[in-house]
Design a protein around this ligand. Sequence first.
Ligand code: ADP
Length: 428
Amino acid sequence: EGERLYLGFDFGTSGARFAIIDKDGAIRAEAKREYPLYLNGESQDWVRSWKETLFSLLEDVPLDIRKHVVAISIDGTSATTLIVDSYTGEPLWRPFLYNESCSDALPVVKSIAPPNHTVCTGSSTLCKLVSWWNHVGSDKKPALLLHQADWLLWLLHGKLGVTDYNNALKVGYDPEVDSYPSWLVCQPYYHLLPSVLAPGTPIACLKEEVGNKYGFQKDCVVCTGTTDSIAAFLAARASQPGKAVTSLGSTLAIKLLSNTRIEDSRFGVYSHRLDDKWLVGGASNTGGAILRQLFTDNQLEKLSEQINPSQPSPLDYYPLPKAGERFPVADPNLAPRLHPRPENDVEYLHGILESIARIEAKAYELLKELGATQVEEVFTAGGGAKNEKWIKIRERVLGLPVSRANQTEAAYGAALLAKKADQQNIPS
Ligand code: ADP
């Protein structure tokens, strides 16, 4: 009785999961599901897969805690875009996936947006919208643009046309002045754009039919979400300026909480708003992909055990899976450098791990040069985070405290957004 729990969903590229947390952030339940395969003609019916997965996961929530859930949020893949009927909410078109490029729209988008704006890439939400708009021509039903997370949240609350300023960044929303910019407002498709709230803001109560069917309370509130990578950052609870998360997956991605907003398209560096702060990020092509080309995960573990992390490695590499780097060096032709290879694989791996750490240090240095708050502490996520020796090497090279993040699941970050929404009123 009286316990308040928070439910967060993460909709990733291959499946979805949820986490339920209490007021102290302790996990009370979690589950995950792969997306079922539904073919619609030749192609996967993504919308049906997502919808079905959402309701299957609701059924996976343990019965005894459902009535204690007071707020729900969802994160989705950034720039995954749906065009829906503005009366029924049903998709009018197959969804545009996060990584899909609509480069046909790029010349038009470049002609209306400021130079080097985030929307000036073929996979931006705005390019997807413009591509659809031009393709469909004059015979259009009243339509609305939603991001993946917005549409899934709508299935739960039923109020059409709401998003958050993290998801809206790639359609051109300006989070600094908190409005769509004038160059977008004057476009003929402006009326398709959703209204924008801060992530973790209550939208409406859970639809009665959903609440009744699954046994959630009727004043359970559904609130705005965010993108998957921001939710993963939130999970690490790096909530002070100067705290950062390095993600060591296939690539090396860094995110730093900063008091200042920085953007530099040469390096692919941009900032997301998080309340009164900025989440600054950039991604290098170095990372685990090259490790996986050279070693199995088992070899990585065995070889790493033998590394002495307090000893600097003299080997100076630039490990890349193929030519080309964006951040912290903007050079589309930068060649991988992995030679000379010592006979001893422990020394080789040590040199690679240390070289990646030097790239990480350079990345944080560059963010500072571009005007971001100085990094003070680094949490680590991704497959490389379990490597204790690498953490020690990175501490030495970065000259900062480095640790593995306690929580790295985006679903946990979404649950924190639901917690944030609790105690806030639903905006009228
Ligand atoms: P992604 O989701 O980006 O594909 P993951 O976060 O699952 O990547 O991490 C996988 C990567 O982690 C692989 O590229 C692999 O080389 C790397 N990895 C796995 N085990 C270790 C280890 N012990 N030390 C360093 N890297 C590791």
